[in-house]
Design a binder for this molecule. Structure first.
Ligand SMILES: C[S@@+](CC[C@H](N)C(=O)[O-])C[C@H]1O[C@@H](n2cnc3c(N)ncnc32)[C@H](O)[C@@H]1O
Length: 428
């Protein structure tokens, strides 16, 4: 750990603000198309399934690249999507089956083919996002690091916010000579510097609070911790001068002007150590909890027999989606998941009062989503022997206000246009 005074030295480098300049670092590979070429893809054509007519939300059974191009021509959508969460295939070179052993989807693209396939979709997503919108891209160790570079190219490096590490499962008893892999990653980018952000706070659990706030004020009984009253950086003004005969430590300044420090002291909010050093008392009662950091340990995917699931492979923990949706959108906002699988994002968005658009090209995914909306989710244990006990289902996810669209035969493509190996190679 670095100790002592850290001085930020940014030789020649200036802070990059979001959207101000293109990233100079690029990832290159054969077959990489220009953004212009990708944005000239024709839109797909879709027919509404007359059995569903809920109006507010839309579920597309289709390849997402055509849907994204189609949505980019829809004035109710383009520039209006507040939040995109996507959990695409992870380039695992495998096939996925549901708990009922139905084929769900193939994840066969790897390397440059995978990068280009996902990059195409991300370029369209960037176009659809509102100026105050956010993208969360969920990947694992295979491709997350490549996409830090790809997203810097598409969004601009100043629009990068976090590289979140999620604990995805319980520890594994590996026999291989390597560390157990329990993490995957969520890259968080925003379209501009001004974006919706409802800071997530983790509420105190009592044991943690007592450890963090170990002192009790004798006069009032209030629990507190002690924090410095100085901050990094030297100042020439009042906060750099003596207070009560003491200068701030070298390289620091007082956090408040002397008159404010006097007021805090008069209220009993300054603690004086035995050698006369002041510290500020921060009270537990004024803290809502701990702001959420970029390591998320509490959102493992289904890991015990009581957890409710749909049985779709790789379905994500609904609480993970709730955290993201609450942090980066407000009720009434439009949320897009164009790799929607079992519909986790869509069900949670509905529950939280957001509108949504979901897309998946797998019939199993769409059927699972429709089943989830009608019958909810069931405990993992109930999938044993394929017998789902309906009395155990959770009707939390009941959703009726949506339309279902299915893909028509692709429109004739313009002369000279090639959809390319990347988009067509993996139709499920
Ligand atoms: C990892 S799963 C998503 C799981 C989802 N987050 C959930 O909680 O259930 C990835 C999904 O992307 C879908 N998919 C892959 N490529 C697609 C494409 N080009 N267009 C539409 N869906 C696609 C697959 O069918 C699969 O359902």
């Amino acid at each position: 750990m670095a100790v002592g005074i850290q001085k930020k030295v940014r030789a020649k480098a200036k802070p990059v603000s979001c959207g101000s300049e293109p990233s100079l670092l690029r990832i290159e590979y054969p077959g990489k198309k220009s953004s212009e070429e990708i944005l000239s893809y024709p839109p797909g054509c879709y027919s509404q399934d007359s059995r569903y007519n809920g109006g507010k939300n839309r579920l597309y059974h289709a390849d997402n690249v055509g849907v994204l191009a189609h949505l980019a021509r829809d004035k109710d959508v383009v520039g209006k999507v507040r939040l995109v969460y996507i959990d695409p295939p992870f380039a695992t070179a495998s096939e996925f089956h549901s708990r009922k052993q139905a084929h769900a989807y193939d994840d066969h693209l790897i390397g440059a083919d995978f990068v280009e396939y996902l990059r195409e979709r991300l370029i369209w997503i960037h176009r659809l996002l509102a100026d105050d919108g956010s993208l969360y891209l969920h990947l694992d160790e295979r491709m997350a690091f490549h996409f830090r570079v790809v997203l810097d190219e598409i969004f601009g490096e100043g629009c990068y916010r976090n590289f979140i590490t999620r604990k995805k499962c319980n520890p594994k008893n590996y026999t291989r000579k390597k560390y157990g892999n329990v993490a995957d990653y969520i890259l968080f980018y925003t379209k501009t510097d001004s974006y919706v952000w409802n800071r997530p706070i983790e509420e105190w659990d009592m044991a943690k609070a007592l450890k963090e706030y170990p002192y009790v004020d004798e006069a009032t009984g209030r629990r507190y911790k002690k924090v410095p009253v100085h901050a990094p950086g030297e100042r020439n003004g009042e906060t750099g001068k003596e207070w009560r005969g003491k200068l701030p430590p070298p390289g620091k300044h007082w956090q408040y002007v002397p008159s404010t420090l006097d007021e805090l002291d008069a209220k009993g909010d300054i603690f004086w150590s035995s050698n006369g050093n002041p510290r500020r008392k921060v009270y537990l009662e004024n803290s809502e909890g701990v702001p959420v950091q970029d390591i998320w340990l509490d959102y493992r995917d289904a890991h015990n027999q009581n957890i409710h699931i749909t049985g779709y492979p790789t379905e994500k923990n609904p609480d993970l989606l709730a955290r993201i949706i609450k942090a980066s959108s407000n009720p009434g906002d439009l949320v897009l998941d164009c790799f929607s699988g079992s519909g986790t994002t869509l069900a949670v968005a509905s529950r939280l009062g957001r509108s949504w658009i979901g897309v998946d090209r797998s019939s199993e995914a769409i059927n699972t989503t429709l089943h989830r909306f009608a019958y909810g989710t069931a405990p993992m244990g109930d999938f044993v022997g394929n017998k789902r006990k309906l009395e155990n289902t959770l009707f939390f996810d009941k959703v009726t206000d949506f339309d279902l669209y299915t893909e028509d035969k692709l429109m004739a493509e313009p002369i000279g246009y090639s959809r390319g190996a990347h988009s067509s190679a993996v139709i499920a």
